[in-house]
Design a protein around this ligand. Structure first.
Ligand code: T4K
Length: 378
């Protein structure tokens, strides 16, 4: 028998928040100084603390992750074509297009849904200037192969690492890979500053450029050298980030417990596929994607049944970016068949710090029991 409707809705995520008093305490110096934005004291402190936590040599903060990615691409001075994947949030491709560049879509692999490095090289032309791979769901791309291909073809590599905050490969901060990596600190992320984002990079000489690009391209009191924008993180965001940073390890630990329970319940079930785990990675358990492939019920049916139980999973990432209305005339979803296929079968299940373990069990019960009902094999 299926269990009854849950009391409160369970959404795909729920923002982690520090104790209110902690944040209120952080607001006092803002009131005293009346310095609200434009690279204030918290902004600078947050930047330094993040460099250390994320284990990266250089980092710049931004008002949100999308702006960080747009400006990272601008800073790299690219032209022509940029190879990326269509299995991502809209932001990835929009950032390329809004820089006047042409996206070229590479398919993803079936194990962790990151860029298929076996196909990557075949898409490189004389017009290619960069690769923008996505650490989708916090699954790290094959950064070593990508680095090797990038170097051989003299291409810049800018990671969309929106989902990869705090992750490490062999004990090294993931932001150490590529020419730059963008991290999102949106409210829905493992770690957040309400809205916010950062670019990590290795080339120290780029520090002034990133700073200037997010501040209208102003380079001195009377000089404006670049067509920049307003991408500055304000003090309220930085204060939230500083508070959350104190609690993020515990938060990741709790997520890990929940993710392990999902895995325990769903792994090995016929027709249900979970992402391949990489033992070299310190994970952040950003998302819980599950692919229904040959299960008794399709993804959309599971989505609907969960919704009937007041549980709101999400179809991240459906549709694929190359089938969006705004790109439909320029690209064909059939050119990336794996991405097209996975996007129709994937469901991102609720996963957040305060989700009770019993809720994970209830979600798994609903999925497994409705599967039995559909096949009549109870
Ligand atoms: N690249 C990638 C690969 C990304 O996934 C993203 C963002 C970016 C780039 C750009 O980074 P940012 O510029 O956003 O920093 C959400 C997020 O808004 C977005 O940040 C995220 N990816 C994307 C995957 O998910 P929506 O439209 O699905 O969000 P929404 O409003 O439906 O919220 C989802 C759930 O989160 C709600 O059901 C409840 C919960 N929630 C939401 C908000 C706004 C909270 O608990 N608290 C909140 O304040 O896009």
């Amino acid at each position: 028998m299926m269990r009854g409707k849950t009391e409160d809705p369970i959404l795909v995520t729920r923002s982690s928040l520090p104790p209110l008093e902690e944040y209120v305490e952080m607001l006092k110096p803002i009131w005293e100084s009346a310095w609200l934005t434009n690279m204030g004291a918290y902004h600078e402190e947050f930047k330094e603390k993040l460099k250390e936590y994320m284990d990266v040599p250089c980092l710049e903060l931004f008002v949100n992750g999308h702006m960080a990615l747009e400006l990272a691409l601008q800073a790299m001075n690219l032209e022509g074509e940029v190879i990326t994947t269509p299995f991502s949030f809209s932001s990835t491709t929009h950032a390329i297009v809004r820089n006047g560049l042409t996206p070229v879509f590479c398919d993803i692999n079936r194990e962790d849904y990151t860029i298929d490095v076996e196909l990557l090289e075949s898409l490189i032309t004389e017009r290619t200037s960069a690769i923008v791979p996505v650490h989708v769901y916090g699954n790290l791309c094959d950064v070593e192969r990508i680095q090797e291909i990038g170097e051989r073809h003299h291409l810049k590599v800018i990671y969309d690492a929106a989902h990869a905050f705090g992750e490490e490969l062999d004990g090294r901060g993931v932001g150490q890979w590529g020419n730059a990596s963008m991290f999102s600190f949106h409210a829905t992320k493992v770690f957040h500053s309400i809205e916010g984002g950062a670019v990590a990079f290795g080339d120290k000489s780029l520090e002034p450029l990133f700073y200037q690009l997010k501040n209208f391209g102003i380079t001195g009191y009377e000089t404006v050298e670049y067509v920049g924008t307003n991408g500055k993180m304000n003090e309220f965001q930085a204060a939230m980030g500083l508070c959350n940073l104190r609690h993020v390890d515990r938060s990741i630990e709790k997520r890990g417990i929940l993710a392990a329970r999902y895995r325990e319940r769903l792994e090995g079930v016929e027709g249900i596929r979970l992402c391949r785990e990489n033992p070299r990675v310190r994970k952040n358990y950003a998302y819980m994607p599950v692919v229904f492939d040959g299960y008794r019920l399709g993804r959309d049916e599971i989505f609907r049944i969960l919704k009937e139980h007041n549980i709101y999973a999400r179809k991240y990432f459906y549709p694929c970016i190359n089938s969006y209305q705004c790109y439909r005339d320029r690209f064909r979803a059939e050119d990336t068949p794996v991405a097209a296929d996975i996007s129709k079968k994937v469901l991102t299940l609720p996963l957040y710090e305060d989700l009770p373990l019993e809720a994970v069990d209830r979600i798994c019960d609903i999925i497994l029991e409705s599967g039995k009902g559909a096949g009549g094999t109870e």
